[in-house]
Design a protein around this ligand. Sequence first.
Ligand code: GDP
Length: 610
Amino acid sequence: QERGGNNSFTHEALTLKYKLDNEFELLFVVGYQKILTLTYIDKFIDDIHMQFRDKYRNQLQQQGVMGLLNGSFDFSDDFRGLLRAAEERTKGKAPSVMKTFEQSDKSKKTVKSMIEVRGEKGKENKKNKKDAPVQDVPEKKMEGQLKAPATVAAGDANQNGLTQEEIIQRNREEFFRKRQGKDKKESSSKSPKPTKPKTRRVWPLDSNKTNAKDLDYSEKLVNGQSSTSANNGGDTSVDMNLCRGSMAGDLKAVDYESSEEQEEEEEEEEEEEVVQETSHTGVKKRGGFGGMFGMLKGLVGSKSLTPQDMQPVLEKMKDHLIAKNVAADITVQLCESVAKKLEGKVMGTFSTVTSTVKQALQDSLVQILQPKRRVDILRDIIEAQKQRRPFVITFCGVNGVGKSTNLAKITFWLMDNGFRVLIAACDTFRAGAVEQLRTHTRRLSTLHPPEEHNGQSMVQLFERGYGKDAAGIAMEAIAFARNQSFDVVLVDTAGRMQDNTPLMTALAKLIAINVPDLVLFVGEALVGNEAVDQLVKFNQALADHSMAEKPRLIDGIVLTKFDTIDDKVGAAISMTYITGQPIVFVGTGQTYNDLRSLNAKAVVSALMKA
Ligand code: GDP
């Protein structure tokens, strides 16, 4: 899953550690009980690696890995020998005693050696300084985590003299411009490609088929918002616009940019890079003039990649990803994992280090975003129906991220798919929370009135006012839904900060008692490093305060406000990387029908785009 920055992976009671040999495409894995603190593992796996390589080097070179594996070879004795030696080594080691200052290396250092000279180290400092803006929030307790910046968008705001709201507005406009396919490439100064002629856009007035109804945009989306403001009158608790559209079936994937445009852009980028040059026949394939120098600089031939080769490229990629709002420590881990994956790999004759690293990083990012577990809510609801019970989803997250709004959007989608939804108002904390849900429920039921559904209400609110125990209300709601044959219960919970222990304990209790089918974390796409902090702490709190032996953690993510970030889509990476869970829904505006699913490839393209 590309989350192996530290080359180890823990699953339940087991830990796996692995090492790659990219030259021969070998993977060495050791698995052991997590509770054993085996200090020799790293050295042991290194020893195994070396011995295996040395012993079978010739065979590997001549027959390749498959040749070796298909033939017969016996490594068991070597394995046992090395294991015994490793165990003996640790046994033989006396418990370490702290050195005195005189014994330490520091005491032997001359004053001169401690003075930093400009050069290598200076460079490192400079790099750190470059990263500094993302760490400018005072340190909190969490070890090893870089702390949140005011989001990148806010960083930009300072630079351009725009307020954060103006930036968000600008990004929203950009997002919808792209979604509506109005991103007119022709207007750019780059010359159009003769090989890929663009089909002429048919404007409504050109076409004979259009009629007056098609041209009436008054009911259609304008900049992502319906221009119809009916039913919005005087209601301040909900600033959603009504917009009914058929959402039946699986959700549409978030469409960042049309794939054609994306491909064109990728091609342009490659051309700039001079990736291919002379082939064996000496025929020039691509690259034009400036290519000669680029080629000499960039071509590594069939040399295998070293960390030194990759370091400058990875540094650039790190800065790039951070600028796209990926949490800083995740970019570090990602780049480390890419470096490990590529180290020793023999590059293709026509590739540059940059293109190789970029490709590997891109693959890793897609891998991260593609869920290892597929969440198919529609199918799961039908399964629950068969068991004559409602399917229960709990929503959690900090305040203001769009929990209630996106819960309403999900309700709309479920109703369009013919399911009856009970909304459980379990935010008994924030004034107005229940009223907000009531307004949504009322509006949603006008979109699917009982008259159209055999007199049955398709959506209903279950509420017990404020100040009561949320877990108890959720339980009552689920029982009510079962009796009244609702298909789905959506449990809204109070927004809480990840550091608020009493509220986090209450959430863990609600989840432990009611055992929902899905626990969705709602997070906004605007967050940078903060995303990691929120998710780590939510999961930690759920684990710590759960009464169950195997605690329920977050199983999926609702990524909101995706329309406000333009191409700074890094939060999607941070959130999936940290939880290992999929992004199930993406909210892209303030209408009921703007819910989307994630399109991993489109998000990664946006992320890699210069
Ligand atoms: P809660 O406190 O987490 O329940 O947040 P709300 O549902 O009250 O939403 C907070 C604000 O975010 C509201 O103004 C919503 O309209 C807005 N919002 C929610 N989702 C989106 C989204 O996907 N895009 C945009 N632009 N705004 C959103």
